[in-house]
Design a protein around this ligand. Structure first.
Ligand code: ATP
Ligand code: MG
Length: 305
């Protein structure tokens, strides 16, 4: 039975442009009449070429971008009408992981301060044990608490960013190109970590990527975006086996066969984030393996807004 955490109806975003230094005013239609939903516990992949509107659409889910028209419901609440406590609850329930881990972390704050600030922003404090537990859940040891961003690798920093996203036990994580700034050798580690979290904790995911192979492997369902519109949605295995829309067909055709999973891809055998926990070795986990299908989809937790 359908139990969506996100429902978007006829959502449009038009950015105003120009008007400074004598440049002519104009506008860009970044998102054009999108209807989309995310089921609870589901990993939805959003794929499309650069500039197709993926980030704009993703940011409308947690209120970072306001729609020009249409409605975005999260847990049944219209995001654009949330204020005060309601907005804070939304920010708890919907966490983001960004593309560039170094840019998304404050260079002057240790990992401990970064994590503590998340709790403080919501009027909470976290014990050292809780902070260590957060780091462990992303495969990092407690020594990382005292590190500054420049003292960690890109893969380790993205783990810290995931720990920060997990801190307030969100129902939904939006991961916008979470691995495209990382060395190819650590991409699969981060993707497997996110897949494990989805499976083990029943967290819903909106996974944004221009990389079709990644989206196919790590999403239950896929939405294909082109020029602001969703041109096709479907189960990830089906959409790549028999794409219907010409744009999806072109995307599939442009993806090397070897990168797309076959019908019976290997499954992960354990729930560990990665064996290579404290260093991002270039040789470990560089093969992209498909996570198990979600097993914790029955979690239904709705917080008060
Ligand atoms: N703040 C903004 N002001 C004006 N135009 C914007 C703004 N943000 C995005 N756009 C424009 O909206 C369109 C969609 O941008 P968006 O960043 O959502 O695409 P994307 O699919 O995430 O691209 P990428 O894969 O490169 O990240 C683009 O034409 C972009 O130039
Ligand atoms: Mg983007």
């Amino acid at each position: 039975m359908s139990d969506p955490i996100v429902v978007m109806t006829d959502v449009t975003k038009r950015y105003r442009t120009g008007g400074v230094l004598g440049r002519a005013r104009g506008s860009v239609l970044a998102v054009d009449g999108v209807a989309l939903h995310i089921e609870r516990g589901e990993a939805l992949g959003l794929v499309g070429e650069s500039g197709s509107g993926k980030s704009t659409l993703a940011r409308m889910v947690n209120g970072l971008v306001a729609p020009t028209s249409g409605t975005v419901l999260v847990d049944g609440h219209d995001v654009s009408r949330l204020r005060g406590r309601g907005l804070r609850t939304l920010r708890r329930n919907v966490a983001m992981v960004f593309q560039d881990p170094l840019g998304s972390l404050n260079p002057r704050q240790t990992v401990r301060q970064t994590l503590e600030n998340v709790f403080r922003a919501h009027g909470e404090t976290a014990s050292t044990g809780r902070l260590i537990g957060l780091l462990e859940s992303v495969g990092l040891g407690e020594d990382y608490l005292h590190r500054y961003p420049h003292e960690a690798s890109g893969g380790q920093l993205q783990r810290v960013a995931v720990a920060r996203a997990l801190a307030l036990e969100p129902d939904l994580i939006i991961a916008d190109e979470p691995t495209s700034a990382l060395d190819v050798s650590v991409r699969a580690q981060i993707l497997n970590l996110l897949a494990d979290l989805q499976r083990d904790r029943g967290i819903s995911f909106l996974h944004v990527s221009h990389d079709l192979a990644v989206i196919q492997l790590y999403s239950d369902r896929v939405a294909v975006m082109n020029r602001g519109a969703i041109v096709e949605t479907g189960r990830s295995d089906e959409i790549f086996r028999s794409p219907r829309h010409p744009y999806t067909q072109a995307l599939v055709a442009a993806t090397p066969e070897a990168e797309l999973a076959d019908d019976d891809p290997p499954m992960r055998g354990d729930g560990a984030a990665c064996d290579d926990r404290h260093h991002d070795s270039p040789n470990d986990h560089d093969a992209v393996v498909r996570p198990e299908a979600g097993t914790a989809r029955d979690r239904k937790r709705t917080r008060g807004y």
